[in-house]
Design a protein around this ligand. Structure first.
Ligand code: FE2
Ligand code: FE2
Length: 287
């Protein structure tokens, strides 16, 4: 990779969550809790990304990539903080996000018997640093997911101010933009640390299981906690969400871009979507 000046910018933006209604997407409990689950999964995941990539920062020779690691950690830190700030609103809605966050920490990240700790310590025993490299590989795969979901969000017609509370939509678009902006950082670090195809693809295996299972668990948990949901509307709301995710732009984006990760010579910048970020940031004071 050719070293150029880092293009990543840490935008220390704070969103105002006043007056966000409980079912802030399409007035649908099902759709809202799918994304509410992300408000908890993302911050815990992002702390894991930062832990994983920092383990290798000192081994990186490319000076530009070193700078990008610092900016990546800064961007993920602000993402985690802003999503976590929304927990206060969810708490006031009696959704108790902290219970789910603790469950996630205990079973997926940082807990003694979590996926992260068990896989890292087991693999490090087989070969020094193999577990750390595997953690970085899982992070790299999850970064591919966030980048392609971000791309899909910009193409999704439902993602507009008529259907989604504007300040929440801006939070999602800001996060999506920075995910596209830094999508190659972990990939380039993994490539420099260990260029093994098997390592990269096995990380995608665990990443896929973790991402979709925990998003589903969170969604079911918040639906169960929600005393204001309409049981009558739930079948149609579920159908609408499934239709959007599977057959809408999100489904199309996932099916088109997920498989590209399996190409041997894949690089995240093969998907040229920088224009989406430029478009979003062009009238933003914090750009
Ligand atoms: Fe992020
Ligand atoms: Fe990211």
């Amino acid at each position: 990779m050719v070293a150029t000046a880092s293009k990543l910018k840490v935008r220390n933006v704070q969103f105002n969550f006043d007056k966000v209604q409980k079912h802030w997407i399409l007035n649908s409990a099902i759709a809202t809790h799918f994304v509410n689950s992300m408000h908890v999964v993302f911050p815990e995941g992002e702390k894991f990304f930062v832990r994983s990539v920092r383990k290798f920062a000192k081994d990186i020779k490319d000076e530009n990539l070193k700078k990008e690691i610092t900016s990546f950690c800064g961007q993920e830190g602000v993402h985690a903080r802003e999503h976590q700030r929304f927990w206060q609103v969810m708490e006031e809605q009696n959704l108790q996000p902290n219970w789910f966050a603790n469950f996630l920490k205990t079973t997926a990240f940082s807990g003694k018997y979590s996926y992260e700790n068990i896989s890292t310590s087991l693999l490090n025993k087989i070969q020094p640093r193999l577990g750390d490299k595997f953690g970085l590989s899982v992070t790299t795969a999850l970064e591919h997911y966030t980048a392609i979901l971000a791309n899909a969000l910009f193409h999704e017609p439902i993602a507009n101010n008529d259907h989604i509370a504007p300040q929440m939509l801006e939070l999602l678009h800001w996060h999506a933009s920075e995910e596209i902006e830094h999508k190659a950082v972990c990939f380039d670090v993994l490539k420099e640390v260990d260029d093994s195809y098997i390592l990269r693809i096995s990380g995608m295996g665990l990443a896929t299981i973790l991402l979709w299972n925990y998003l589903a668990i969170g969604q079911i948990y918040f639906i169960a906690k929600d005393k204001d949901k309409s049981i009558i509307k739930m079948p149609i709301e579920s159908y609408m969400l499934l239709k959007t995710i599977v057959f809408g732009e999100i489904g199309k984006g996932l099916s088109k871009n997920l498989l590209s990760y399996f190409k041997k010579d894949f690089h995240p910048n093969d998907i040229d979507d920088r224009y989406l970020i430029d478009n979003f940031f062009k009238d933003k004071s914090y750009a």
